[in-house]
Ligand binder design. Structure first.
Ligand SMILES: CC(C)=CCNc1ncnc2c1ncn2[C@@H]1O[C@H](COP(=O)(O)O)[C@@H](O)[C@H]1O
Ligand SMILES: [Zn+2]
Length: 370
């Protein structure tokens, strides 16, 4: 019996890996492999810039609580903020997502200034783009230039060389000032032709005030740049209501809403980026079984399954699909339709959407035989 269960689990896990997937909520630094973080920590330890023993445990841990995640956020900024390292991780992360048949990836990152290291928000982002351009093992489609020479039916699949659309969202960190947030929005506008297609608001959810970021988010709206906002990771009634009133193109998490806010969210029809493991590990939800995914799914609310930080939370998008299926008893067809539905919420243009729709249609014909 046990063997049967594990065989069924194995088959379902493999099915989730083979499924073409769209990732809409992944932070660059949170998606770095633990092995890379450790390697970087060792290098900095050797140089005397950090004490390796102080950080080793938190890097190697698989189940991190919220304070440990916040500690790791600070560590990322020490470990990964030099141009070459940023380029390296940007490259690795794309390869990792493509390897599990993610066909469209919106990766978000906070452009960082570090005067001492000669880093500006712009040079940081240039290093990210350089990393994406240097992906070798898969075809990373970074903007529409390459689209015409890429037969859409070639995306995904496990026998051919993998192809993946990669787009960038620039994150405003909750520690930032209004002026720094505005700089990020202006940078997004400047880098439109390099695959930057949206703005995110993220960072430690107990830090900062909504009013600080609002001018930048309004500016993005005026410029026609889509926004996605981390919302309700912790209870904060006033802020959650203001975020819903702002009406971004997408919302992340939405864990700690009260009855009135749930109603408001559902009537808004704003697509939600669901991050199961992240919410369980950081305490946004009490357990997988009691996660709001099932309620929103049953209410037919627009949803997309995402990882948030696959490195930080030791997960993958395939694993998140597996968990969604397992915790809510979805059939393969329902899970497939969930993955396919995410295409409609991408920030990329219609040509990309059309191409992704074709990928899923082809996959449906191949994979949904029953
Ligand atoms: C602690 C916690 C609630 C984690 C889960 N969810 C998150 N909530 C808010 N901001 C996040 C989360 N995960 C990553 N980030 C943001 O993404 C950054 C890492 O990616 P990057 O440096 O922007 O490339 C973090 O420093 C943080 O600002
Ligand atoms: Zn996030």
């Amino acid at each position: 019996m046990e063997t049967q269960t594990s065989e069924a689990e194995k088959e379902m896990r493999e099915w989730c890996v083979a499924l073409p997937k769209v990732e809409l909520h992944a932070h660059l630094n949170g998606s770095v492999r633990n092995s890379t973080l450790l390697e970087l920590a060792k290098e900095l330890g050797d140089k005397g810039a950090i004490v390796l023993e102080d950080v080793k445990d938190v890097i190697m841990k698989n189940d991190r609580c919220l304070p440990e995640c916040v500690r790791l956020f600070d560590l990322f900024h020490i470990l990964t903020t030099d141009h070459d390292t940023v380029t390296r991780i940007a490259k690795e992360v794309v390869g990792d997502f493509a390897a599990e048949n993610v066909v469209y990836l919106e990766i978000r990152t906070t452009p960082k200034n570090n005067e001492a290291k000669g880093i500006t928000k712009r040079s940081y982002m240039n290093a990210v783009v350089k990393g994406h351009k240097s992906v070798e093992d898969v075809d990373a489609l970074l903007n529409n230039e390459k689209l015409s020479c890429t037969p859409m039916s070639d995306l995904g699949g496990d026998t051919k060389r993998k192809k993946i659309y990669v787009r960038l969202l620039l994150s405003i960190d909750r520690h930032e000032t209004t002026s720094a947030a505005l700089d990020t929005v202006n940078l997004a506008m400047e880098m439109k032709d390099q695959g930057v297609i949206g703005i995110d608001l993220s960072g430690n959810p107990v830090v900062g005030e909504w009013e600080t970021y609002l001018p930048a988010l309004e500016h993005a709206k005026e410029l026609g740049i889509p926004t996605t906002i981390h919302c309700g990771e912790v209870p904060n009634r006033k802020e959650i209501q203001a975020m819903l009133d702002f009406c971004p193109q997408r919302l992340g998490h939405v864990c700690c809403l009260d009855d009135e806010e749930w109603k408001k969210l559902k009537s808004s029809v704003i697509p939600v980026e669901i991050c199961l493991t992240s919410n369980v590990m950081t305490g946004g939800t009490p357990s997988l079984e009691r996660h709001h995914f099932a309620d929103l799914y049953n209410a037919k609310h627009p949803l997309s399954i995402c990882t948030d930080d696959c490195g930080l939370f030791s997960t993958s998008l395939s694993n998140e699909y597996y968990l969604a299926c397992n915790s809510s008893g979805l059939s393969k067809t329902e899970l497939f339709r969930l993955a396919q539905g995410a295409v409609e919420f991408v920030f990329a243009d219609d040509e990309v959407k059309k191409s992704l729709r074709a990928v899923f249609e082809r996959a449906a014909a191949e994979r949904l035989t029953s």
